[in-house]
Every structure is written in C-alpha cells, then in structure tokens.
Design a binder for this molecule. Sequence first.
Ligand SMILES: N[C@@H](CCC(=O)N[C@@H](CS)C(=O)NCC(=O)O)C(=O)O
Length: 197
Amino acid sequence: MWTIGELNLPYRRVDWGGAFGGNDDPAHRARNPAGTIPAVELPDGRTLWESQAIVRYLCAVYAKGDMIPLDPFERAQAEAIMDWGPAFARAVSAVRAAYKNSDATLESCSVAISLLKPQLGMLELLLGDKNFLGGQNLGIADFALGGWLHRLMRCPEELELGIPTNVRSYYGRLCLRKPFEDHILTQVSAGMQRIGG
Ligand SMILES: N[C@@H](CCC(=O)N[C@@H](CS)C(=O)NCC(=O)O)C(=O)O
C-alpha cells in the first residue's frame, strides 16, 4: 500500500486475511495460490501475489526508472538489499515475539535483541551517508525494508535496542513522507507496545 501511495495510483483496498479471513476462498486462491496477503488485481483484471514482486512490478510500470533502476547492475544492487529484507524481518519479528510474550522480561528478550544487533549493523552499513537504501531517491529497497524498520522503531524503549545514527535519521526521513504516514505509521503496529503483550 505504501508503494501504491508513493506512486499516487488510484486503488481500492480490501482488508483480507488475519481477523478478516478469506485466505482459503477459491476466489482468493485464484488471485494468490499461496493463500496469503497481499494480492493485487490490476486494472485489466490480471492478478499478482508476493509483496516484493508486486513492488517491483508497480515501480517498473509506473515509476519509469525512478524507483527501480533501469541499469541492470544498479537494479541488482537494489534487489540485493530487497532480497536481504527477510533476514532483517526475521530478526525484528523475533524481538517482537519476545516482548509480546505474556511472561516477557528484559532478560527473556535479550537473546532476540543480541541476534538483531548484526542485522541493525548491516542496515547502518547499507545506508552509509545515503538518503535512502538505493541512493538519493526512494525506491524498491526502501519499500522492502521500511515497514519492518517501523515495526522495530515501535518496540518499547526499555529494550534499549541501540538504533544506530544512520538508521535513526533514515527512519526520520521516511516518517516525513505522507504515503508512509498514511500506509505505515497509522496502519502498522500503531497500538501501544509494551513488554508482556
Ligand atoms: N512472502 C510473502 C509472505 C506473505 C505472508 O505470509 N502474508 C501473511 C501476512 S503478512 C499472511 O497472509 N498471513 C496469513 C493471514 O494474515 O491470514 C509476501 O511477501 O507476500
């Protein structure tokens, strides 16, 4: 949804999966054979699934080389970051699962936090002095990582995750973007976050 917002595309969002159910409906399986979300239906009726494939497609068609590099090597560099995204996401998910556990303590979260540190260090390194993960402009790599970074930044402060400088300023830049506010800040992990659920 964040990508759609940045591309200023018209859309109709249908809440699906999770508490809304419907993932096993034959009509949904026809859109997404994995029975997960997201899935998109394009104006011509064709459908796409897998979030990163959807991001790549929308940027390739509607951003005209701005968000997805036309140069194959530059594109591969951005895609490498994108493909590393699940490693970062797993580390963030492990921290979230640890503190949301009803018996959670600072001590019980420490293993997940220590496993997060190298991934955070990697993100810091990838950013360097760039504005965004692909360089000076927002692009496909940011769409893959931004939502996960937001989930991380929403973790309770007592966890003392030690967010490095470049990561912190990068998140600040994302937060200034209206589509990020509309589709991530107000939609993802928006409720109160505390140790113990
Ligand atoms: N690799 C897939 C993962 C899809 C996925 O696991 N989606 C989750 C939600 S983030 C899902 O559909 N879970 C079942 C549900 O929410 O009902 C993608 O990026 O699209």
